[in-house]
Write a protein that binds this ligand. Structure first.
Ligand code: SAH
Length: 355
């Protein structure tokens, strides 16, 4: 099937270019409707009927389609089919108080290959383009309207936070991520605050320095896991090319240039990185930075092992001891709720590429 060029997620100027020689206000009209979440040109009621038909024959609104939704009490996972048939996942998380967060993917699969993550175990298919990243949000926002009731559909801020913590390593696809972020934060469009967008990275130095120098000053989260470098190299092979000393330098620069508090994420793998030494290494890494540590008890994913042994969830005692040690060093610590496990939609469980 031939695919028409899609418009959702594009910056206004690009829609103007695609539509020329039509007057620019036509592009603005379409852009506004996209921001409001319509799914069809026929719904764009301030555009003459014949023109809507012409648009529909030349363009599509979205490049991807929803394949299926999977829902449990705290999460709704969308499986999204891209135009080339690959499938990715995005998740709408709720905290039980009607506060919603959209978790977005930036790549189909992931090249980082962290041993504890299902997405990494699938390998890497390709980068997502900015529209494919933006569309995930638009799809989830419509799903959110279904969850909360139709009166919310026109409320642009029905979703409070965006976390770029789905499939893939965002800083290995920085140019497209930047364009998607520009779409989300356009004051004349989605108008999403940069402070409500968190990008999680396994610690790609080049990308971190680039963001520190050139923005955008979204919130950053670093998947530290442990700052014991030899262990981290085994758990997260990208460490070899991205030594923690440099990662820390980049984060310090990010904060110096105006970036806010950085979250240090620590996935706890039972019996592997729950040693006192690991907690102390994190405390050492955090020195001189403005941070909060986010503890993520490992979410099981089939077939993942480390040094010949299957990975296991940390037990409660391990978690409490670890947190206690971090707090004794003066760190602020939060623990991530295990949202989405009922639909394999929790951290590190996303992974659907082909089926
Ligand atoms: N590539 C990015 C973003 C995706 S992962 C990154 O590494 O940050 C989002 C978070 O989930 C990361 O902190 C990652 O370390 C964590 N994670 C990966 N697999 C997990 C699992 N099985 N259980 C719990 N957290 C996991």
């Amino acid at each position: 099937m031939e695919h028409l060029p899609s418009l959702a997620g594009l910056p206004l100027q690009e829609i103007e270019t695609l539509l020329s020689p039509l007057p620019r206000f036509r592009a603005s009209q379409i852009y506004k409707w996209i921001v409001r979440g319509v799914s069809d040109f026929s719904q764009m009621t301030d555009i003459p009927h014949s023109l809507r038909q012409e648009f529909a024959s030349r363009f599509s609104l979205y490049s991807s389609v929803i394949d299926s939704f999977h829902e449990d009490r705290q999460a709704k996972k969308a499986v999204i089919k891209l135009k080339d048939g690959l499938k990715i996942e995005a998740v709408l998380l709720n905290d039980g108080k009607k506060r919603l967060t959209a978790c977005l993917s930036t790549q189909a699969g992931c090249p980082a290959d962290c041993v504890f993550c299902k997405t990494g175990s699938l390998g890497f298919a390709r980068d997502l383009c900015a529209e494919e990243i933006a569309e995930q949000f638009l799809f989830l926002r419509n799903a959110a309207a279904d969850t909360l009731g139709d009166e919310h559909i026109r409320d642009n801020h029905i979703i409070e936070n965006i976390v770029v913590m789905g499939m893939g390593e965002p800083l290995l696809n920085l140019a497209q991520l930047r364009m998607a972020a520009a779409f989300f934060t356009d004051p004349d469009g989605m108008n999403f605050s940069k402070r409500r967008i968190t990008v999680s990275t396994c610690g790609i130095c080049g990308g971190l320095f680039d963001i520190a120098e050139n923005g955008p000053f979204i919130r950053l989260a670093l998947s530290l896991t442990t700052a014991d470098e030899p262990l981290r190299q085994k758990l997260m092979p990208i460490t070899a090319a991205n030594p923690l000393k440099k990662v820390k330098e980049a984060l310090a620069l990010f904060q110096k240039k105006g970036g806010g508090r950085v979250t240090l994420e620590a996935v706890l793998l039972g019996g592997v990185n729950t040693r006192g030494k690991d907690a102390l290494s994190i405390a050492e890494f955090a020195k001189g930075l403005d941070t909060v540590v986010n503890i993520i008890p490992w979410n099981p994913a089939d077939g993942l092992e480390f040094e010949g042994k299957p990975l296991r969830e940390p037990d409660r005692e391990e978690i409490e001891k670890f947190i206690g040690l971090l707090e004794s060093k003066g760190l602020k610590v939060t623990k991530r709720l295990r949202k989405g496990r009922g639909v394999n939609g929790a951290c590190g469980q996303l992974g659907c590429l082909r089926s």
